[in-house]
Design a protein around this ligand. Structure first.
Ligand SMILES: [Zn+2]
Length: 154
């Protein structure tokens, strides 16, 4: 499966999670992670969509981006109507109490992020955070060696 095929599948199966106003161009950059994490993202989408349906909050929350940053997976979710420029992270301070769904989504995301931290982004094997010259990746031994060779450090 190519990355495009993976993203197309997510777009089709979990349409409740994404803003219907997203253009094809938006979708090109919406999910940018390696194949080792695809099953985790699939699981996130499946469970998040079920939560929204169970709580009757479909269309109130949208996944805005799923990407790799500093070796970890980042999943950004925003209220559909949010116009304020406030990032919604578990560690962010907010004046309003989170709704039950917000808490459930946040817990789910933490679980997925934690598992991604020990999963090679390339192949899905057991891995850990590696750093080369300020570049971060979560990968297994094999893909760390490949990466080192590409970077010319061994
Ligand atoms: Zn690997």
């Amino acid at each position: 499966m190519t990355h495009d095929e993976f993203v197309a599948g997510i777009r089709e199966r979990y349409s409740d999670l994404f803003d219907p106003a997203n253009s094809d161009e938006d979708w090109r950059y919406l999910i940018t992670i390696g194949p080792g994490w695809w099953p985790l993202v699939e699981e996130y989408c499946e469970r998040a969509q079920a939560m929204l349906r169970d709580h009757g909050e479909v269309g109130l929350w949208f996944v805005r981006q799923i990407k790799e940053k500093f070796g970890g997976v980042r999943i950004y979710v925003r209220p559909a109507t949010e116009r304020l420029n406030v990032d919604w992270y578990p560690q962010a301070v907010h004046d309003i109490d989170p709704t039950p769904v917000q808490e459930l989504l946040s817990d789910l995301r933490s679980q997925i992020v934690e598992r991604a931290n020990t999963t090679c982004e390339e192949c899905g094997d057991v891995g850990g955070l590696r750093v080369i010259n300020g570049w971060y990746r979560t990968c297994c031994e094999k893909h760390f060696e490949e990466w080192q060779r590409r970077k010319g450090s061994i």
